[in-house]
Ligand binder design. Structure first.
Ligand code: ITT
Length: 193
């Protein structure tokens, strides 16, 4: 299986989550496929399919891709499908996270609702395509907390657990996360074939 991502943080989680399904999982780079894909879809599913298809033309293996993002209700769903590009791809997450917190200044707890969304697309050998989606609900915190995970994890607070996803261990995050749940659904779908 080749996973069409260049994001190391995602790849680390994906390897662990998919370990019981497939023993040989290669990132694009490990598979020797170094392409730059323009993610110009309108939805997570479209973008995940764009990435998976772009890699699938280079291989006979099963190809999966993840498109994900953070939706903040107070900001009308921003940054959403533009999560990676928000404030520019090269801007550090320290700066992006600080910016989002400042945009929520004065917003009360109950209106700080947000979710991480993840769509996973698969392109099977032979061309058949599948997509699944899952989300995890949470709230935007008042400061960055935790050193685990990646991206927006330090500001994504999970009320039921009382921690940000950057304060969770890898196994704990994978058990409840958008990516953990979406990959679980994809394993089920692939298992039915
Ligand atoms: P690939 O397209 O190469 O997979 P990417 O980082 O560009 O990598 P996306 O286009 O799917 O991936 O953007 C998703 C962004 O959403 C990601 O860069 C993070 O900023 C954010 N994100 C997604 N899942 C996250 C998670 O579990 N924890 C923190 N931030 C996350």
């Amino acid at each position: 299986m080749i996973f069409a991502t260049g994001n190391e943080g995602k790849m680390k989680e994906i390897r662990t989550i998919m370990a019981d399904f497939c023993r040989e999982i290669y990132s694009m780079k490990e598979a020797g496929i170094e392409i730059n894909v323009e993610e110009n879809g309108q939805t997570y599913e479209e973008n995940a399919l764009i990435k998976a298809r772009a890699v699938a033309v280079h291989t006979q293996d099963l190809v999966l891709a993840d498109d994900s993002g953070l939706e903040i209700d107070w900001l009308n769903g921003e940054p959403g499908v533009y999560s990676a590009r928000y404030m520019g791809e090269d801007t550090s997450y320290r700066v992006k996270n600080a910016n989002l917190i400042s945009r929520l200044e004065g917003v009360p707890e109950e209106k700080r609702t947000a979710r991480f969304v993840c769509a996973i697309a698969a392109v099977l050998p032979g061309g058949r395509e599948l997509t699944v989606r899952a989300a995890i609900e949470g709230r935007i915190g008042y400061e960055e907390k935790g050193d685990n995970g990646f991206g927006y994890d330090p500001i994504f607070f999970v009320p039921e657990i009382g921690k940000t996803t950057a304060e969770l261990g890898e196994a704990e995050k994978n058990r409840i996360s958008h990516r953990g749940k979406a990959l679980g659904l994809m394993k089920e779908e692939l298992g039915k074939l």
